[in-house]
Design a protein around this ligand. Structure first.
Ligand SMILES: Nc1ncnc2c1ncn2[C@@H]1O[C@H](COP(=O)(O)OP(=O)(O)OP(=O)(O)O)[C@@H](O)[C@H]1O
Ligand SMILES: Nc1ccn([C@H]2C[C@H](O)[C@@H](COP(=O)(O)O)O2)c(=O)n1
Length: 679
């Protein structure tokens, strides 16, 4: 996940490949709560790992459930409380997870009333602005004691009761259904806790919105042994004697709302025979948002489906604007507003008043951010109408701590498909952690870009000037990839030493370089390097390897052999490359070129300190002599000598800290980008 203040997306021109979706948030949190209330152990496969499920898991642990990884299956094992509270007091922090706050509030209100206890539920500031009053209003007449600790009608809440209390269940429980279907879902998930002695009836006031989410609830309740009887969408009966029974094992299907971004991506950018395949959700989905596919098809997407998969190609182009009542797909409908950027005629999405009480006021937020990229937008209390930009603008997109804002607006980066070529900045991209922590990684794995559009920052300079350190920090700050080009020459030198190839045998060295079986680790292995399957991370940094690299790199055939490999590192969202000729030869079109220097004395002192810290003794004088000899060879060779590019910015960091150098380069970078500092 990109934990950085902003992520710049280069103009993206196409998309193809396969994406495996993370588990559905709605299913994950319902399954977790049901498993937590049930008796016995439930193995949950393909659970979504995200902020919203993390807060639910923390809550279950605090309430006395056991949550562990099952080593045999790799699934998450939840051992529930069997409807009996082992813990009678807890303070639960639920972030911004509506799917945790509402059902837990109902379940703990019921449990505290019947078995005694005191529970406080709170969340982030926005959670305290998201309504819960209708649920409180449904629970209080039953005899639940609920204190509203902040603004009436909103979390935080305290739920309390004394053991032996009873619930007034003789009459139907009434709940409003026209603000959020989560209130009904919360009651349906919680009330089986009290169905020992009688049927429990819940009646909905007003037109129930987001019915498909209630269908998910009913479907999962059935999986846990609760067969709710439904009369239309107004009356629901939980039969007497209902008891949660673990199904033993349950699989969470991929998130249909998350699928919408990739369906849209295929419709916009899977051209010329390319296909975008989405795995984890398909024609057999129990999620209402799967019907987003119909809306996307109406706009022109070519979508084929099967059990557990979707395949998308561009169909009609440009897409076609539609008018749709999206009450049945409230979350995925946001993606239609992003597709509207590529449509002929306006796209009007109606029946979406609930957007205003989600993670943010999504109607206002979408309107503001779509306008930022150049779209014309009309908004109303319960609709939004979007027309494609006449002129695309490079924009810094605010995300309002709303995962869907970030994911939807990222689709604006595909503007080269309509003849524009503007980059996009997504502010606070880590908000996607709520449902799809690796969303941007998944997007970049599918996206195609013209290499010329992928920004490169080069850092060249003499040995031990701090290039590697600076490049790694800049890459981390921008979420860009990293090319340590010296490592390629070092690895070639190591391979030559292993194979007994002379550093003077240009042809043999070039053959080695050409077939270099080199692998750079990522994730938990980031920073490690393997040559022919052998870990050479430490060997790579030895002074002997550096000197050998300096010798082999002087041969034109070796440099030619490594050229294409270096270019292949230029991938979205961008690259920081360090070496000797990054700005002069390999990436002459780099957007920013830095030539980093420091005095020989300072560089020798740094190298000395570095070696001593690794327990390697070295003489300062010898080190200085070695690095000066290496610099001389690197500067005076006939091909790609070490020298600043004509358009490089010089940075002498002899008297600068690492932080100062990083800040300077980031400041230069900001000046080069079209976004300015807007937020
Ligand atoms: N601005 C700085 N101030 C102080 N120390 C620094 C600075 N920049 C880097 N260093 C330290 O200098 C040492 C050498 O840095 P680094 O390995 O990044 O240099 P390099 O130019 O990549 O070297 P090489 O060309 O040999 O790969 C490291 O221990 C690093 O922490
Ligand atoms: N782009 C590059 C990178 C490195 N080299 C050569 C010259 C260096 O002395 C040697 C080791 O590089 P380091 O890891 O210290 O950056 O490799 C080069 O010629 N061109």
């Amino acid at each position: 996940m990109y934990r950085i203040p902003f992520l710049d997306l280069p103009p993206l021109a196409g998309a193809a490949g396969t994406v495996r979706l993370p588990g559905s948030k709605s299913i994950s949190n319902r399954v977790l709560l049901l498993a937590g209330l049930a008796e016995g152990r439930t193995l949950v496969h393909e659970l979504l790992a995200s902020d919203d499920t993390a807060v639910m898991l923390d809550a279950l642990r605090a309430l006395g459930c056991t949550v562990e990884q099952d080593s045999a299956s790799g699934a998450l094992a939840v051992t529930g409380i069997g409807g009996r509270l082992p813990v009678h007091a807890a303070r639960l922090y639920l972030g911004n997870a509506g799917t945790a706050m509402r059902p837990l509030a109902a379940a703990l209100a019921v449990l505290a009333t019947l078995q005694g206890g005191e529970f406080e539920l709170s969340g982030v500031a926005r959670m305290h602005e998201r309504p819960i009053g209708d649920l409180v209003a449904a629970l209080r007449p039953l005899g639940c004691t609920i204190d509203e600790l902040g603004t009436p009608g909103y979390p935080p809440l305290r739920l309390r009761g004394t053991a032996g209390g009873r619930l007034a269940l003789e009459r139907a429980i009434r709940v409003r259904g026209d603000v959020s279907s989560q209130f009904l879902t919360a009651l349906l998930l919680a009330l089986p806790l009290a169905a020992d002695a009688q049927d429990i009836v819940v009646e909905v006031d007003g037109e129930l919105i987001s019915k498909p989410y209630v269908e998910i609830t009913l479907n999962l309740l059935a999986r846990f042994g609760i067969a709710v009887r439904r009369e239309g969408w107004q009356r629901f009966t939980i039969p007497q004697g209902s008891r949660y029974r673990t199904p033993g094992t349950i699989h969470v299907e991929g998130d249909a709302s998350s699928a919408s971004y990739f369906v849209a991506l295929g419709a916009i950018a899977a051209t010329g025979g390319d296909v975008l395949r989405i795995e984890g959700v398909g024609s057999d989905s129990i999620q209402g948002d799967i019907r987003f596919v119909e809306a996307a098809q109406a706009m022109g997407a070519d979508v084929r489906t099967g059990p557990g998969w979707l395949e998308v190609r561009r169909g009609r182009w440009p897409l076609q604007g539609i008018t749709l009542d999206a009450n049945h797909i409230p979350d995925a409908a946001m993606t239609l507003a992003a597709m509207a950027l590529y449509a002929e005629g306006p796209t009007r999405i109606e029946g979406i008043a609930s957007w205003r009480v989600k993670e943010t006021d999504r109607i206002a937020a979408m309107a503001a951010e779509l306008r930022r990229v150049g779209a014309s937008v009309v908004e109303g209390a319960d609709f939004i109408e979007v027309s494609a930009p006449e002129t695309w603008l490079p924009a810094a997109i605010r995300t309002y701590d709303d995962h869907r804002m970030a994911m939807c607006l990222s689709l604006a980066a595909f503007n080269p498909t309509v003849g524009a070529r503007v980059p996009l900045r997504i502010l606070e991209p880590h908000c996607v952690a709520k449902t799809f922590p690796d969303y941007f990684e998944a997007l970049f794995a599918l996206a195609k870009a013209d290499p010329a559009d992928i920004p490169v920052i080069t850092v060249d300079g003499p040995t031990a000037s701090g290039k590697g350190t600076l490049a790694a920090e800049i890459a981390a700050a921008l979420g860009y990839g990293l090319l340590d080009s010296g490592a390629l020459y070092r690895a070639t030198g190591i391979a030559a030493m292993w194979d007994g190839v002379s550093p003077d045998d240009e042809a043999a060295l070039a053959t080695l370089a050409e077939g270099l079986d080199l692998r750079f680790g990522d994730g938990a292995d980031a920073g490690r390097t393997w040559l022919r399957g052998r870990d050479i991370t430490d060997e790579l940094r030895l002074e002997t390897s550096g000197l050998m690299a300096s010798r082999v790199s002087a041969w034109p055939a070796v440099r030619a052999a490594l050229h294409a490999l270096q270019l292949s590192f230029r991938r979205a969202p961008g690259l920081v490359a360090d070496g000797r000729d990054m700005g002069t030869v390999i990436f002459p079109d780099a957007a920013l070129k830095v030539f980093l220097t420091a005095s020989a004395q300072e560089r020798a002192a740094r190298r000395h300190k570095q070696l001593i810290s690794k327990g390697i003794s070295a003489s300062l004088a010898d080190l200085r002599a070695d690095l000066e000899a290496r610099d001389l060879r690197d500067r005076s060779r006939s091909v790609s000598p070490l020298k600043p590019a004509e358009d490089a910015l010089m940075l002498d960091n002899s008297a600068l800290s690492i932080e100062d150098s990083v800040a300077q380069v980031l400041a230069w970078w900001q000046q080069r980008r079209p976004f300015g500092h807007s937020a």
